[in-house]
Design a protein around this ligand. Structure first.
Ligand SMILES: NC(=O)c1ccc[n+]([C@@H]2O[C@H](COP(=O)([O-])OP(=O)(O)OC[C@H]3O[C@@H](n4cnc5c(N)ncnc54)[C@H](OP(=O)(O)O)[C@@H]3O)[C@@H](O)[C@H]2O)c1
Length: 327
C-alpha cells in the first residue's frame, strides 16, 4: 500500500500545474491498488493458504450446539481432522446419537448436556467439571438463536429477549472464560466464535440478534489481539445463510449446506481474524459493504418485512388449526 501512496505523491509532484487530472489519476491508482491487494489477499486465503495441523493445538475440540446444523457439521469435520470431541447441547438423546455417529466406539467422543438459555452458576460448574483436566486445543462457540422470524422489537416475548443475549452472548463469554486460561498457559489453542452476516450492518426487524452477533465479533477481534502473543488465536466466523433449521432455507448457490460450510470453515482454523470461510458469503459481504447504508437499510427492512408477514400468516394458520407457532 505504501508503494501506491508513493506513486500517488510522485504523480502529484510531477504535474503541479495540472492538479485536477493528476489528482484523478492518483485517486484511480489508489483505488485500483486497494482492490488489487484485497483481491490477491482473498485469493491467497481462499485457495492457496495451507490449512493447519489442528492436533497441534491440543487433543480435544469442544463444540457448542453440536447436535444439529453448523455445530454438528463442525464436530464431524473436526473428528475427520484427528480431533477428539466434546459435544455440548441441551438434548442428551441427540448428543448421544451424534457422538455414536462420529465415533462408534465412543472412546474419543464425550458429551455434556447443557441448556445455554439458563447458563447460570450451577450450569457453568457442571460444564467446568466435564472439561476439567482435558487438553482442549479448539473451542467452537457455535450455539446461538435468532428470532423465529423478523419482527418489531416490541413483538418479542420477554423469554425471547433473554434467550437471544443468553444463547449468543453469555454462552460465548463464559465458555471462552472457562477455556482460554488453560490454552494460554499451554501457549496453544484456537477459539472460533460464530457470528452472523447480520452483525455488520443495521438490521431492522432483527435488531437484538444483529447487535448480539456484533458483540461476538468485537469480543473476538479484541481477544485475538490480547492473546495472540500468548499462543492463542481467536477467530470470528461470519456465515450468511446456511441451510439449517435456524435459517429455514434450502441449499442454493449462496446457501451452502452445514457440511459444506464446516468443510470450508475448518480450513481457516488457527488463523484469527474476522472471516467468511464460504467464499460466496465473502463476496456477498464485499458487495454489501460497497452499498450506501440508506439503500442497504431499506432493502433489509423490506426483505425482513416480507418474511415477517409470511411468519405471521403461518402462525395464524397453525393457531386456527390448533398447531403450534412457527419455530
Ligand atoms: N444457519 C444460518 O443461516 C446462520 C447464519 C448466520 C449465523 N448462524 C449462526 O450459526 C450458529 C449455528 O446455527 P445453526 O443454523 O447451525 O443452528 P441450528 O441448526 O438451529 O442448531 C442449533 C444447535 O444448538 C443447539 N441448541 C439450541 N438451543 C439450545 C440451548 N438452549 N442450549 C444448548 N444447545 C442448544 C441445538 O441442539 P438441540 O436442539 O439438540 O438441543 C443444535 O445443536 C448460531 O450461532 C447462528 O446464530 C447461522
Amino acid at each position: 500500500m505504501s508503494s501506491a501512496i508513493n506513486a500517488v505523491i510522485a504523480i502529484l509532484e510531477k504535474y503541479p500545474e495540472e492538479p485536477l487530472p493528476a489528482a484523478l489519476v492518483a485517486v484511480g491508482i489508489a483505488v485500483v491498488s486497494k482492490f488489487a491487494i484485497g483481491f490477491l489477499c482473498a485469493l491467497y486465503r481462499y485457495l492457496l493458504r495451507p490449512s493447519l495441523d489442528l492436533t497441534k493445538f491440543g487433543k480435544y475440540a469442544v463444540v457448542t450446539g453440536a447436535t444439529d446444523g453448523i455445530g454438528r457439521a463442525y464436530a464431524v469435520a473436526l473428528s475427520k481432522r484427528g480431533m477428539s470431541l466434546i459435544l455440548i447441547s441441551r438434548t442428551e438423546a441427540r448428543l448421544k446419537a451424534v457422538a455414536d455417529e462420529i465415533d462408534s466406539s465412543s472412546a474419543k467422543t464425550r458429551y455434556i448436556v447443557c441448556d445455554y438459555s439458563n447458563f447460570d452458576g450451577a450450569a457453568r460448574r457442571r460444564v467446568m467439571e466435564g472439561l476439567d483436566g482435558l487438553d482442549i486445543g479448539i473451542l467452537i462457540n457455535n450455539v446461538g438463536v435468532s428470532y423465529r422470524y423478523p419482527m418489531y422489537y416490541h413483538e418479542l416475548s420477554d423469554t425471547e429477549v433473554g434467550d437471544i443475549v443468553g444463547m449468543n452472548v453469555n454462552s460465548t463469554v463464559h465458555m471462552t472464560k472457562m477455556i482460554i486460561d488453560g490454552m494460554a498457559s499451554r501457549r496453544r489453542g484456537t477459539i472460533v466464535n460464530v457470528s452472523s452476516g447480520s452483525a455488520g450492518h443495521t438490521m431492522p426487524l432483527l435488531a437484538e440478534y444483529g447487535a448480539a452477533k456484533m458483540f461476538v465479533e468485537r469480543f473476538s477481534s479484541s481477544l485475538d489481539a490480547e492473546y495472540r502473543g500468548r499462543g492463542v488465536r481467536v477467530q470470528c466466523q461470519i456465515p450468511f445463510y446456511v441451510a439449517t433449521k435456524l435459517a429455514k432455507l434450502r441449499k442454493s448457490l449462496t446457501v451452502p449446506t452445514a457440511d459444506e460450510y464446516a468443510r470450508m470453515g475448518v480450513r481457516w482454523l488457527g488463523y484469527g481474524g474476522v472471516v467468511q470461510p464460504y467464499w460466496l458469503h465473502g463476496f456477498q459481504g464485499w458487495v454489501m459493504s460497497c452499498l450506501p447504508s440508506f439503500i442497504l437499510e431499506r432493502g433489509v427492512m423490506s426483505m425482513h418485512d416480507g418474511i415477517r408477514r409470511r411468519g405471521i400468516k403461518k402462525d395464524a394458520k397453525l393457531a386456527a388449526g390448533g398447531g403450534k407457532k412457527a419455530e
